[in-house]
Write a protein that binds this ligand. Sequence first.
Ligand code: RIB
Length: 281
Amino acid sequence: MSRSKPHLIVVGSSNTDLVIQCDRLPNPGETILGGEFARFAGGKGANQAVAAARAGARVTFIGAHGNDDFGRTAKAGLCREGIDVRYFREHRKVSSGVALILIGGRDRQNQIAVARSANDTLSAADVRAARSVFRRADAVVAQLEIPFAAVQVAAELAAAAGIPFILNPAPAQKLPAKLLRLVDTLTPNEHEVRVVGKGARRTVVTLGARGVLVGNQRIPAPKVKPVDTVGAGDCFTAWLAVGIAEGLSLEDSARRAVRAASIAVTRSGAQPGMPYRREVV
Ligand code: RIB
């Protein structure tokens, strides 16, 4: 395991986030007026790839986008971060992933609806096509905005390569034992931890502004004034994975990841808001 510049594989989604900031989040059936509209690069997988790259890792991103401006812009953004996008494939007959996001309330909480679109075309074969990269990597990260078969193969390839598989189980779904037993570290939030099931080697529960739980130990988050919480969980998972790949203990990795996520929430946009290593370490 390399300690200086670890190589992470991120298998996951890429979206374009269409965001409206509101004073508060609307109730069902209610229309409220928001402020300026903004468009940001997002998607849990791509967010984690960018966060890991800015944390100092070499990153290969495995994902799918459509034949449209959203997808091409997303790919160009990952390229600018120095991320290997050879396995971020274009699927001609579908649109790229889009997330409609409302941000509101004092804590700048969010409501998100995602059109899976091209993310849903990422197949087990697409992940297997990158199997030679797994042999050279230090850790693999995935989430659940892509088909389960792709996540399962990523976990199996990580196990075959003898490297840790870190799973951010978002959006929440019950996970089968055959996947959970391949998970080195699971990073659910308080809602997801009740849904996913038991069986991962280690679990770190994110608690938002209250920090995270590593086993029974709570690591508090620095107090900050949040602007936009979208992507904070992705920032945490990526930094945790980079720490693990660098050979840090889970607790030290989590401390650093909490600091990184607390910086991310003070900035607008999932990917633009990800902090750089010099700001965290
Ligand atoms: O985790 C935040 C992400 O969830 C957003 O960027 C949005 O695209 C959704 O995938």
